[in-house]
Design a protein around this ligand. Structure first.
Ligand code: PLP
Length: 428
């Protein structure tokens, strides 16, 4: 029996499903999850000592690869100074200043410990600032596991959502309206019906939780207009895209396509923590003043702005601002997805790919889907065979077809070539 199997059996005795976050259990693809012992650059190593080229990167944070020397030094230094004080530190100001410098739509930012906390707090802030309760989210977008966000569409635009998780009271879901991604007519109708009751609309600008689906530019433009017209706040969930698709994040990308575009509230996570528990949400001063201790919207955290996590995040943000960083990362990611598309074509496999900065998605279908229902039409069996074939070849892709992939600065040409060789073998 492999050491991964031994550990998985042991884990299942003491941890539900053997994992601390469901997707790690490999339920979608079957088989035994790999228990990771260490990471180094672009690689992770499992309990059997097998090496994998890592395209998950802790689901996004590890943009520099594992164990980057500058980050390691910053974290080690911070840990020696103290793990947590529950009192303010200068490093929190430094990280806030660094983030604000890179995100012109925000004037202030609050640090928290997870993306879930950040989106939950952003929704509360939007509700507190507008005095309204209802909000819109989109099918296929994931914003963490707070009750009001674990909601699927009701039976029509007049009815609000239903919980997607046991334990979420129907009453909580009743304020969440779930719409189809990129469906303009539906959006117009929803605003016509409920516009004046909406506190906000929350969206993943490039949805990485249904693999990789961009918000169409015209759709984003109209969404911005509708929010402004109706006094609803536009919340961009950049937990995944933030500092991953480019230094200006997805909002900078859309601002380059839609003059004057900016969200009202932004949410960040993953890269800003560099692999440590850290996330953030921010907005204009006028909106952020509603937050405690200034205003009536309560929000807090024992470990918020943690000194070790902020050191990790700061060091990471400084590295990604070095000249040419995103040009190089973008070129690597492009080489990977174009290479994969080429290999698929050689083998007559239906395939489509998209990428932005260091984030990518591929679909075993001819055209890129524009919304969730089409994403879900992917041939799951074929995806699972591809996933396991690649894993056997030492290539670690996300163990579910609705997850995005990530390239890090540590991936070399040799790693990319190994990946394409593996894909050639598996797709054959
Ligand atoms: N928002 C988005 C877009 C995410 O991708 C995720 C997690 O993957 C979250 C929020 C939740 O973040 P966390 O897992 O840190 O709670």
């Amino acid at each position: 029996m492999s050491q991964n199997q031994v550990l998985f059996e042991r884990a299942q005795r003491v941890i539900p499903g053997g994992v601390n976050s469901p997707v790690r259990a490999f339920r979608a693809v079957g088989g035994t999850p790999r228990f990771i012992t260490r990471g180094e650059g672009a690689y992770i190593f499992d309990a059997d000592g097998k090496r994998y080229v890592d395209y998950i990167g802790s689901w996004g944070p590890m943009i520099l690869g594992h164990g980057h020397p500058a980050v390691l030094a910053a974290v080690t230094q911070a840990a020696q100074e103290g793990f947590s004080f529950g009192a303010p530190t200068e490093r929190e100001i430094e990280l806030a200043e660094e983030i604000l410098k890179l995100v012109p739509s925000m004037e202030q930012v609050r640090l928290v410990s997870s993306g879930t906390e950040a989106t939950m707090s952003a929704i509360r802030l939007a509700r507190g600032a507008t005095g309204r309760s209802k909000f819109i989210k989109f099918e296929g977008c994931y914003h963490g596991h707070t009750d009001a966000l674990l909601v699927k569409a009701g039976s029509g635009l007049a009815t609000f959502g239903h919980p997607t998780s046991a334990g979420v009271p129907a009453e909580v879901a009743q304020h969440t309206l779930v719409l189809e991604f990129n469906h303009l007519a539906q959006l117009e109708e929803a605003f016509a019906l409920h516009g004046k009751e909406l506190a906000c609309v929350i969206i993943e600008p490039i949805a990485g939780n249904m693999n990789f689906v961009r918000t169409q530019t015209a759709y984003m433009k109209r969404l911005r207009e509708l929010c402004t017209e109706h006094g609803a706040l536009l919340v961009l969930d950049e937990v995944m895209t933030g500092f991953r698709v480019g230094l200006a994040s997805a909002q900078g990308h859309y601002a380059s396509l839609i003059p004057g575009f900016k969200p009202d509230i932004s949410v960040f996570g993953k890269v800003i923590g560099g692999g440590m528990p850290l996330a953030a949400f921010g907005a204009s001063r006028a909106i952020m003043k509603h937050l405690a201790p200034l205003g009536g919207v309560y929000q807090a955290g024992t470990l918020s702005g943690n000194p070790v996590a902020t050191a990790c995040g700061l060091a990471t943000l400084r590295e990604i601002q070095k000249p040419g960083f995103f040009e190089s990362l973008t070129a690597k990611t492009r080489a990977l997805v174009d290479g994969l598309a080429g290999v698929a074509k050689e083998n007559g496999v239906p395939f489509s790919v998209d990428a932005q900065g260091g984030m990518f998605g591929f679909f075993l279908m001819d055209q890129l889907p524009q919304e969730y229902q089409t994403v879900m039409k992917t041939d799951k069996e074929r995806f699972n065979r591809f996933f396991h074939g690649m894993l056997d070849e030492g290539i670690y892709l996300a163990p579910a077809l609705y997850e995005a992939g990530f390239v890090s600065a540590a991936h070399s040409d040799a790693d990319l070539n190994q990946t394409l060789e593996a894909a050639r073998k598996v797709l054959r």
